[in-house]
Design a binder for this molecule. Structure first.
Ligand SMILES: *[C@@H]1O[C@H](CO)[C@@H](O)[C@H](O)[C@H]1NC(C)=O
Ligand SMILES: *[C@@H]1O[C@H](CO)[C@@H](O)[C@H](O)[C@H]1NC(C)=O
Length: 433
């Protein structure tokens, strides 16, 4: 009787400590690509820019840590993260002084860790020695820098893209080497899935008494039904962040531009490739809705349009690889929201024609057709704007999910050049939750 009573008391205490979560269905998890510090000009993203977002965020996720050959977690950019000059890890967690309710997690992986032949993210899960080394190093790092938790954005092998109809297979071949896509066939899927499940369980056992959180991020093109044993994982994680975007990218789909991050699949598209499909998989396998967070990209994916592209602009549309790099982000096939916004509003000849999403299912796009007179190539861009981000938040709310993840802060309009407000994508989502 006495023990029963004390158990009941203990449960009460635990409930009092954790309380009812005021953000059970309205989490705004803000990812911070700290390396965006290295961008030039108006794209350079610094600590003060992060601070300007934090009244809108419930969680800040610092990306990304890496794994070394001893299976230990290590800073991804040592000089920036922990070096004497910047020490962003410490500066990041010190933000809690100004934002006491903010939870700050460190994320590992996130496709920022170079792929290697051995695929360390898989080998690590195979033995208890590997898992223990990783777990101990995570404990140390979280304690040393006072993070509130760890996010595992595990770099599992990705699904191969559908075969291109065209002859550009060889171009794809060159790209996939660089990206690590598809070059690896995992013959021990089951073992890695089970190893990851044990890793999560054992890591949580270590973190629980220290009141540190554990979340999981599912990266684009990882087949969750292969690597995530949802029923066993869900009780041991605070949340799963679904990066259900980049379903179409100019690298994976060289010759065809299409909506990169639709909520629902439409006719003719890959059916299991949408926000709805990704969330359903976790819900149907017993994850409480409040633990499911839907990722919202703050960037556009862009393709070149040529003389072969339909002039209507309607996707799917014939394209020819990544669009030109943005003036500030400087990466082919990608534009930040600030960059796409400038292209929509500028009065110059380069202006894009914008097509919104009255269906609230697929996202916005904008395009400029190939010019047969001058031979100038066109551009097709699929992107999220404040309205479509709001549509995703409305989806989250209607399904009783936990909230949204903004991916990432540095690619939203953090200077407010577009419509005057800083972080319009976060705002568009937050106010619909
Ligand atoms: C972070 O930003 C850097 C600098 O632009 C970029 O090279 C890198 O790909 C970004 N990382 C992620 C995971 O988006
Ligand atoms: C994911 O894996 C399951 C089997 O585990 C398979 O049925 C499904 O086709 C895979 N999805 C993709 C997109 O490859």
């Amino acid at each position: 009787m006495k023990t029963l009573l004390s158990i009941a008391l203990a449960v009460l205490c635990i409930q009092a400590v954790f309380g009812a979560d005021p953000h059970e269905h309205s989490k705004v998890v803000c990812y911070w690509n700290s390396t965006a510090y290295e961008r030039q000009g108006p794209a350079k993203f610094q600590l003060d820019d992060v601070r300007a977002a934090l009244s809108l965020c419930t969680h800040l996720v610092y990306g990304y840590a890496h794994i070394n050959s001893d299976f230990e977690i290590v800073p991804g950019s040592p000089s920036l993260d922990t070096g004497s000059g910047y020490s962003y890890y410490r500066l990041a967690t010190q933000l809690k002084r100004s934002f006491p309710d903010l939870k700050i997690y460190l994320s590992v992986g996130g496709n920022s860790d170079p792929y290697d032949e051995e695929h360390k993210y898989l080998v690590l899960t195979e033995t208890s020695e590997g898992r223990t080394k990783f777990i101990n190093s995570v404990n140390r790092l979280l304690n040393d820098y006072d993070f509130d938790g760890i996010d595992l954005a595990w770099q599992f092998p990705t699904v191969k893209p559908k075969k291109q109809r065209s002859t550009l297979g060889s171009l794809w071949h060159g790209l996939k080497k660089k990206l690590g896509y598809g070059k690896f066939h995992d013959e021990k899927e089951q073992e890695h899935r089970d190893g990851f499940t044990i890793l999560v369980r054992d890591l949580k056992t270590q973190l629980r008494p220290r009141f540190k959180a554990l979340t999981v991020t599912v990266l684009p093109h990882v087949n969750a039904s292969v690597y995530y044993d949802v029923r066993l994982l869900a009780p041991n994680i605070e949340a799963v962040n679904l990066f259900a975007f980049d379903q179409k990218t100019p690298e994976r789909s060289v010759k065809e531009a299409d909506f990169p991050a639709p909520i629902y699949s439409s006719y003719g598209r890959v059916v299991d490739d949408s926000v709805d499909a990704a969330t359903r998989y976790w819900l149907e396998n017993g994850t409480p809705g409040s633990k499911i967070i839907v990722g919202i990209p703050t960037f556009a994916r862009t393709w070149k349009l040529t003389a072969d592209s339909q002039i209507s602009g309607v996707p799917p549309i014939v394209a020819d690889g990544p669009g030109a790099p943005g003036p500030h982000t400087n990466e082919p096939g990608l534009l930040s929201y600030a960059e796409i916004c400038a292209k929509l509003t500028e009065h110059a000849a380069g202006r894009l024609r914008r097509v919104g999403d009255p269906s609230k299912k697929y996202g916005s796009y904008a395009y400029q057709s190939y010019n047969p007179d001058t031979g100038a190539e066109g551009l097709w861009a699929g992107y999220e704007d404040p309205d479509t981000a709001g549509n995703k938040a409305t989806f989250v709310k209607s399904k009783g999910l936990g909230g949204v993840a903004i991916v990432d802060l540095s690619l939203d309009d953090f200077r407010g050049v577009c419509i005057g407000d800083k972080y319009p994508i976060i705002r568009g989502a937050k106010y619909k939750l």
